[in-house]
Design a protein around this ligand. Structure first.
Ligand code: IMP
Length: 179
């Protein structure tokens, strides 16, 4: 069974956009103490490509969160599986996330990190699915706006599969609805 319905973003498209975002971030944070916070595991590819396109010195750290609910629909309740190692008080923090979908995960993460008093807090997201938004959240640095489809690849999974695909693809609904 072919579970990939369509390639939505090719390696080349992603690489070009990540380079642009890296240049923009480098310019905006010039001279600032910047901590890039990758959100595990979906952002792994975006994070590792992006930091290599940021030309200013940065610190990197990770958080792992899991949302309660089924594997393809978030419930809004978020649990921290791994917290930051670094202190962020007084520092400029950029969350690096894979997808902003309902926005509930981001809303939780921002509230949590803001309570630690960073100098600033912004968000870089590879993908945005605005059609499904439930709260008023957005990425300050965005790779691509995509339609309301379930996507995998470039770090993004369905049930821990497909993360190693070098592109972003729409998963065939038969892969998760069963047919
Ligand atoms: P939100 O809280 O609804 O914004 O969900 C954000 C998280 O849900 C993302 O970080 C992803 O981990 C997951 N997610 C949302 N859409 C997709 C998708 O199309 N494929 C895989 N994971 C997704």
């Amino acid at each position: 069974m072919n579970t990939i319905q369509e390639i939505l973003l090719t390696e080349e498209q992603i690489s070009t956009r990540v380079q642009e975002l890296g240049a923009q971030i480098s310019a905006d944070y010039q001279g600032k103490d910047l901590v890039l916070v990758g959100i595990l595991k979906g952002a792994i590819c975006f994070f590792s490509d992006l930091i290599r396109k940021v030309s200013i010195p940065v610190n990197v750290d990770f958080m792992a969160v899991s949302s309660y609910g089924s594997s393809y629909q978030t419930s809004g309740a978020v649990r921290i599986l791994k917290d930051l190692d670094l202190p962020i008080e007084g520092r400029h923090v950029l969350i690096v996330e894979d997808i902003v979908d309902t926005g509930l995960t981001l809303s939780y993460l921002k509230k949590n990190l803001l309570s630690r008093n960073p100098a600033s807090l912004k968000v870089a997201a590879l993908l945005d699915k605005p059609e499904r938004r439930q709260v008023d959240e957005h990425a300050d640095y965005l790779g691509f706006t995509i339609p309301d489809e379930f996507v995998v690849g470039y770090g993004i999974d369905y049930a821990e599969q497909y993360r190693s695909l070098p592109y972003v693809a729409i998963l065939s609904p038969s892969a998760y609805l069963g047919s």
